[in-house]
Design a protein around this ligand. Structure first.
Ligand SMILES: C[S@@+](CC[C@H](N)C(=O)[O-])C[C@H]1O[C@@H](n2cnc3c(N)ncnc32)[C@H](O)[C@@H]1O
Length: 231
């Protein structure tokens, strides 16, 4: 079962019942477009999108999400949130005092965008903050599964949509890994910033229910089509 909503999640979340969500797995805007020096031309390829998108320029305030995230999450629930270096401090300041545990997890991209001038590190890692309270769902059987690190390529065709192109589409393989660790089959996974629905695809593949919200109508429709096409 999937429920997809075309709305501003800050408003939509108010309608979700208390303790109705097992896992919040989400990828909100990073607000990194403000540091862009412009898109980068690449020889023989389309330019590298450094400017991200207009939605990334709207400031995200972690404090605006705290009350509803805590209210809708079940006591044994987990929260996994993608973020970046510029917002990690704000997430920690607001969320760490409210949960028993605040950790981070790294996604290492094996095929990051190149830096043709070799003037800095590749942007090959993304951070996911992970929060929970004692008694949370946690599906590990061996220490070797418990590294806070996962390697996978960035989304490539055919998984990567070409129309619409979403500059931040996340790989289903990574999302499935997180869903399996932090929830049980039949649980409800919620993604308030779902983009083109990658968390929903992963939730469905993992046998979880999904609730997703997206403010942009083009991305929302793409998410609906993607999930419908899975049958
Ligand atoms: C980083 S992208 C998520 C991409 C997603 N993980 C995927 O694989 O497609 C963040 C998304 O949040 C959406 N968004 C921004 N503000 C929102 C809001 N207040 N409510 C719902 N969606 C919002 C943007 O339109 C954008 O698609």
């Amino acid at each position: 079962m999937s429920r997809l909503i075309h709305a501003d999640c800050l408003k939509y979340m108010k309608s979700l019942p208390a303790h109705s969500i097992d896992l919040i797995l989400t990828d909100p805007p990073y607000n990194i477009a403000q540091y862009s020096t412009g898109n980068i031309p690449l020889p023989g390829r389309s330019a590298l999108n450094n400017d991200i998108a207009s939605w990334d320029t709207i400031p995200l305030e972690p404090k605006d999400l705290l009350v509803d995230f805590k209210r809708i999450l079940k006591p044994q629930g987990n929260i996994f949130i993608f973020t970046s270096y510029n917002l990690i401090g704000r997430w920690h300041e607001i969320f760490d005092p409210e949960f028993d545990t605040f950790q981070f997890f790294i996604w290492h991209k094996t095929n990051p965008a190149p830096k043709i001038y070799k003037n800095g590190f590749l942007n090959s890692c993304e951070m996911i903050i992970c929060m929970w309270n004692r008694g949370h769902t946690w599906n590990f059987t061996a220490q070797k599964e418990m590294h806070n690190f996962f390697e996978s390529p960035i989304c490539m065709p055919p998984e990567r949509l070409s129309d619409p192109k979403h500059p931040a589409q996340k790989p289903v393989r990574l999302l499935s890994h997180l869903i399996k660790i932090g929830s049980d089959p039949g649980d409800v996974v919620f993604d308030p910033f779902m983009g083109v629905g990658s968390t929903g695809v992963a939730a469905k593949l993992c046998g979880r229910k999904f609730v997703g919200c997206e403010i942009d109508s083009v991305y929302y429709k793409a998410a609906c089509t993607r999930l419908q096409n899975m049958v």
